[in-house]
Ligand binder design. Structure first.
Ligand code: SAM
Length: 312
């Protein structure tokens, strides 16, 4: 998000402007019966009729107090600034997100996601919530697995990312998916005990108040339901760690610059991975939020881990 020329909007600002001016989420009438009366019904009279979408006002549901600080990558910022900067990152990268994922991980992110999907144990007829679901890789797979009698919600705080995911899943014929703008910290639109499976893939490290998010995930899960967290973690083999650092802090921003014209967002990606809690800490945080029978599986030497926990 370099801002060398103050008159030229940054990629994030351009994406935000596009998102605002085209937004199907704005100026829609309030539907009856939605929680807190804050959501807006959309896509009426289009071929997307079966799909309900909602909007939360920007910043709604943030749990941090004014004046509190946190980290944005390696920088210390106020909690409000972090939320805004994370939003800028994903507005900026949304249109190039999928191709960048393939390039940066050499396609391996697909295998990591496949592993998590296989651990989900999801069955036909079940209800699944994918939080911070972005462009919808997981939601698309779950849509097939739960079938026409099941239901999937693809949820994200960022409208640019959710727009890409919505278009992709509609094009893929996923008619059992809803698209919901929601902050992971509160999951305000969702009722208690309403999902068999909750997932969050490469999303948790971007969330400011992770403890609040884990508590919200626990709240919306049905008793007997499970949470899966797929996230970058701490490599277990030290020499590998050095090589990985070199790759992350040089190649990722360079690829970001070349492909998405945005090196800063990919610098943030590398830094945010280093700041994320390691495997054991995240497991403890899940237990603190109430999850039981928690475990984790390291993938690719701990570059990524899948954490699992149950609401009993
Ligand atoms: N889950 C997708 C995947 O695995 O490809 C997208 C992951 S992308 C790296 C991270 C996503 O987290 C972005 O779409 C971003 O908008 C979302 N996000 C960041 N903070 C969030 C929050 N507080 N609540 C919900 N989503 C959030």
């Amino acid at each position: 998000m370099s801002n060398e020329n103050q008159n030229t909007p940054t990629p994030a600002e351009q994406a935000q402007q596009r998102s605002d001016s085209n937004s199907p989420f704005l100026n829609a009438p309030l539907p009856e019966g939605t929680p807190q009366g804050q959501q807006q019904s959309l896509a009426q009279g289009t071929n997307k009729d079966q799909i309900r979408k909602y909007n939360l006002p920007r910043g709604a549901g943030h749990t941090g107090n004014l004046g509190e600080t946190t980290h944005f990558g390696f920088r210390t910022v106020s909690t409000e600034e972090k939320e805004q900067k994370v939003a800028e990152v994903f507005h900026s990268v949304a249109s190039k997100y999928d191709i960048m994922n393939d390039l940066m991980s050499f396609g391996i992110h697909r295998l990591w996601k496949r592993f998590a999907i296989n651990m989900s144990g999801v069955r036909r007829g079940q209800r699944v919530l994918d939080i911070a679901g972005g462009t919808g890789d997981l939601a698309k797979a779950f849509s097939r697995q739960v079938g026409p009698t099941g239901h999937v919600v693809l949820s994200d705080i960022n409208e640019s990312m959710l727009n890409v995911g919505r278009d992709r899943l509609i094009d893929a014929g996923c008619t059992n998916v809803d698209f919901v703008l929601a902050n992971a910290e509160t999951l305000e639109p969702f009722e208690d005990n309403s999902f068999d499976l909750v997932t969050i893939s490469f999303g948790l490290r971007n969330v400011t108040d992770k403890d609040a998010a884990l508590e919200a995930m626990y709240r919306v899960l049905k008793p007997g339901g499970r949470l899966l967290i797929l996230e970058f973690s701490k490599p277990i083999f030290e020499p590998f760690s050095k090589l990985y650092d070199l790759y992350s802090f040089t190649a990722l921003p360079l690829m970001g610059k070349l492909v998405a014209n945005d090196s800063e967002s990919y610098k943030y990606l590398a830094e945010s991975i280093r700041m994320h809690p390691d495997q054991r800490t995240l497991k403890q945080m899940m237990e603190h939020a109430g999850f039981q029978n928690t475990d984790y599986h390291n993938l690719t030497g701990g570059i990524v881990a899948v954490h699992r926990g149950f609401k009993l």
